[in-house]
Design a protein around this ligand. Structure first.
Ligand code: SF4
Length: 81
């Protein structure tokens, strides 16, 4: 899944997004509430918060490598590493 803000886009591997434990970890990790859990526990990306991203990398640390991608739309699509 992917959602785009004006400055930031967030992409999460679809299989990983269905993992409720990973969804819980991401929801807890992000300081600006870009991640949430739906009624079924699966991950949701909160579109209206995307541009609040502070590039803290906590979501990258909370997920296996490559599962979450933070894309800097303001920087020609550079991916936060
Ligand atoms: S880099 Fe930080 S602020 Fe941005 S989505 Fe990940 S946890 Fe949230």
């Amino acid at each position: 899944m992917r959602k785009d803000g004006i400055f930031i886009a967030v992409e999460v591997d679809d299989n990983a997004a269905a993992d409720t434990e990973l969804a819980r970890r991401l929801t807890e990790a992000c300081p600006v509430d870009i991640f949430a859990q739906g009624g079924d526990g699966a991950l949701e990306i909160v579109e209206q918060n995307l541009d609040e991203c502070v590039l803290c990398r906590l979501c990258l640390d909370a997920a296996p490598d490559g599962v979450v991608r933070i894309i800097k739309l303001y920087d020609q699509g550079a991916v936060l590493a």
